[in-house]
Design a protein around this ligand. Structure first.
Ligand code: KG4
Ligand code: ZN
Length: 332
């Protein structure tokens, strides 16, 4: 089945063409980062307007890059939620209109389901596996038993991991979004010079809490007499990143042991983080677990990831009806 996939849950407008839920023919992403950067975060109303402009453009690019016409598309997979409601509605309405015009089936997909299964576009990972989803809005551990078989094992009680990266970057004057900038600075810093707390790390649960680390960084910054620059800034970034990475690693390993799982898949924007990749790889391998990270393009928001669940549902006749609505807050 040749699927067109559309994603518009936050500040990326994305379209992809994927064959049989596995072969990515195109995966186009139009980022709105420049639009929102000057406000230090995503402005929902601006995001909706930009999606409206970008959806036809990315759709045409995705079809062109895939070398197919709109008439060749046999079904659509569109993000239904969770995310910004106005942003979601743009993609969902566009998807419905295309499906209606062509009389082809379509399905509304959970954004996190896409993140968790994106790895399958690159390699097969046998079920069941543990998924650690770390993005700007999520820090969740799920047991993935198969497509549609998800069990939440743990999640954050306050900020998401990516949110912590973004807030710390903002208070250090590093711009928005800040994850990749901190990652770059941290690579050249000393992670042991400035110590930050590791909230809940040794508690016997699979929950996370990142707002305390962010506050600890804020308090540290307030205590300094002058601006934090050069080596000092690199060490601060490395110390903060190390705290987040150690907590994520400890809880992921606890979940693998506790749920008797062998395989770990890490996805979401923060899965691009080089520190997390290195530490998690080493720690999990040391205990005999297999760890899988999708390539960076498939870690961050993209439309291709919707094809894995989308193809599964549509090829079983489990498409959506036209009265299906977008959902801003939607547990997996
Ligand atoms: O999955 P994603 O693209 O969008 C959401 O669904 O949220 O994730 C975006 C998040 C942002 O918070 C961004 O700062 C973070 O992922 N991020 C990173 C890195 N690249 C992106 N965080 C840490 N290190 C990175 N290299
Ligand atoms: Zn996402």
């Amino acid at each position: 089945m040749l699927l067109l996939c559309l994603e518009s849950s936050c500040d990326e407008t994305a379209a992809a063409v994927v064959r049989d839920g596995r072969q990515v023919l195109s995966n186009v992403i139009a980022s709105q980062v420049d639009v929102h950067a000057r406000y230090g975060g995503v402005v929902p109303e601006l995001a909706s307007r930009k999606h409206l402009e970008a959806i036809p453009v990315v759709t045409e690019q995705a079809l062109e890059q895939a070398g197919v016409g709109f008439g060749d598309i046999e079904g659509l997979a569109v993000t239904r939620g969770p995310g910004l409601i106005g942003a979601l509605l743009v993609g969902l309405s566009a998807g419905k209109a295309m499906a209606y015009a062509r009389r082809i089936p379509w399905v509304g997909v959970h954004h996190i389901e896409g993140h968790a299964l994106a790895i399958e576009l690159e390699q097969e990972v046998a079920y069941p596996f543990l998924a650690l989803i770390v993005s700007g809005g999520h820090t969740h551990l799920y047991r993935i038993g198969g497509v549609g078989d998800y069990q939440t094992l743990g999640c954050t009680r306050d900020d998401a991991a990516g949110e912590a990266f973004d807030k710390v970057a903002k208070l250090l004057g590093l711009g928005y979004p800040g994850g990749a900038v901190i990652d770059r600075l941290a690579a050249e810093g000393d992670p042991h010079r400035i110590k930050f707390p590791r909230p809940l790390m040794h508690q016997d649960n699979l929950d996370f809490s990142f707002s305390g680390i962010k506050t600890a960084v804020l308090n540290y910054v307030k205590k300094q007499n002058g601006p934090i620059e050069g080596e000092h800034l690199r060490d601060l970034a490395a110390g903060f990143q190390q705290a987040v990475v150690e907590v994520l690693t400890a809880k992921a390993l606890k979940a693998l042991r506790g749920a008797d799982l062998q395989r770990l898949v890490v996805a979401g924007g923060v899965a691009c983080n080089r520190g997390l990749r290195a530490v998690l790889h080493g720690a999990a391998k040391g205990e005999g677990f297999e760890v899988y990270f999708p390539s960076p393009l498939l870690c961050t928001d993209n439309a291709g990831m919707l094809a894995v669940p989308g193809d599964y549902y549509l090829s079983r006749g489990a498409g959506s009806a036209f009265d299906l609505n977008a959902v801003a807050s939607w547990p997996l």
